[in-house]
Design a protein around this ligand. Structure first.
Ligand code: NAG
Ligand code: NAG
Length: 312
């Protein structure tokens, strides 16, 4: 038999009330989030797969740590990496969706994330540029990309009507929305896109909510920002990491304070999603040996200013 004093009952009631008012995550946020970034194939003397440093810094600036998700590994490895991390970032780049290690790894983590989220285990995914494109490929099982004239350009985005109710933008500061709407703060570095008409007439429109579109130089409209309807999955065709971290002078990249603020907002949003995941490595030691800090980065002072982590 349990006896509760009047004081204990009151304290319990106050505690329950606080929990309701502050929301379900208030007391259970994971403030040590670790996000996995998928390595992609390359033909380089430094390694067979790589991760651009820009994506690592992008997440770190918002309070996350990063582990590389390597290619060429058994399925069990991907299961563990998903079980031990709090989200996945699928970066931009250029590899085959049919034959690359990147596509193979992406399929593993995507299928696991779908399953986990469906079972109530919150696990966010972010896709940038090619990362967004492969999310579309994984959703429909075929490649829906069409050529567009959209490489090397910085543009504002055209918000779709649903954007203001979206998870991604509903709490965005009004100045960030203003920059996105009126200034060239989103860098496009792609020659293929998901056209709006293809999106609308495919399964993509039932899986994702369209949050913004853009027009290429010839006036062809493509999808530039999405979020999944039932999953914490987000995709951008543009590059929020470049304003702060990519200094390649050969491309039009906006480094002004507004473009930087937009990039920081997007990073903060995704890392706040990762804080809702309680996954963790089995031990601090295992966490430490998996972090990206264990790998060497190579800096190219050849005029591109590229900096990459390489893996065998
Ligand atoms: C990107 O666009 C700028 C401005 O139009 C141009 O000067 C530059 O040469 C372009 N870069 C490439 C690699 O085509
Ligand atoms: C990862 C993935 O889904 N890849 C598929 C993309 O679409 C092509 C067909 O267009 C498939 O061959 C890939 O397997």
């Amino acid at each position: 038999m349990i006896y509760l004093t009047r004081q204990a009952v009151t304290l319990t009631a106050v505690w329950l009330l606080c929990m309701c008012v502050t929301g379900r995550h208030a007391s259970s946020l994971n403030n040590r989030p670790i996000i996995g970034i998928l390595a992609q194939d390359t033909r380089s003397s430094y390694g067979s797969t790589y991760i651009p440093v820009t994506y690592v810094k992008y997440l770190q600036q918002a309070g996350a740590r990063v582990v590389p998700i390597r290619g060429n590994q058994p399925e069990e490895y991907y299961k563990e990496m998903v079980a031990f991390t709090n989200g996945i970032l699928l970066p931009g780049g250029a590899v085959s969706f049919a034959t690359s290690q990147f596509a193979r790894s992406a399929k593993f983590v995507w299928d696991m994330a779908l399953k986990m989220n469906s079972a109530g285990d919150y696990y966010p995914i972010w896709g940038t540029c090619m990362g967004f494109q492969i999310m579309c490929n994984l959703t429909v099982g075929v490649n829906l990309l069409r050529p567009t004239d959209s490489n090397n350009a910085s543009w504002p985005i055209d918000f779709s009507p649903d954007y203001s109710q979206s998870r991604l933008f509903k709490n965005a500061p009004t100045d960030v929305i203003e920059y996105l709407t009126t200034e060239p703060v989103t860098q496009n570095q792609h020659s293929y896109s998901i056209l709006t008409k293809v999106f609308e007439s495919s399964k993509l429109s039932s899986f994702f909510t369209k949050l913004s579109t853009n027009k290429d130089r010839k006036g062809t409209e493509f999808i530039s920002t999405v979020e999944a309807k039932k999953y914490p999955f987000y995709g951008v065709q543009w590059h929020p990491e470049k304003s702060s971290f990519n200094w390649n002078p050969n491309y039009v990249i906006n480094h002004d304070a507004h473009a930087v603020a937009v990039g920081q907002y997007m990073a903060n949003f995704f890392v706040s999603e990762a804080r809702k995941s309680a996954h963790h490595f089995p031990s601090v030691k295992m966490e430490a040996t998996n972090l990206i800090q264990n790998y060497k980065k190579v800096y190219f002072s050849d005029g591109t200013f590229f900096e990459n982590y390489y893996f065998d």
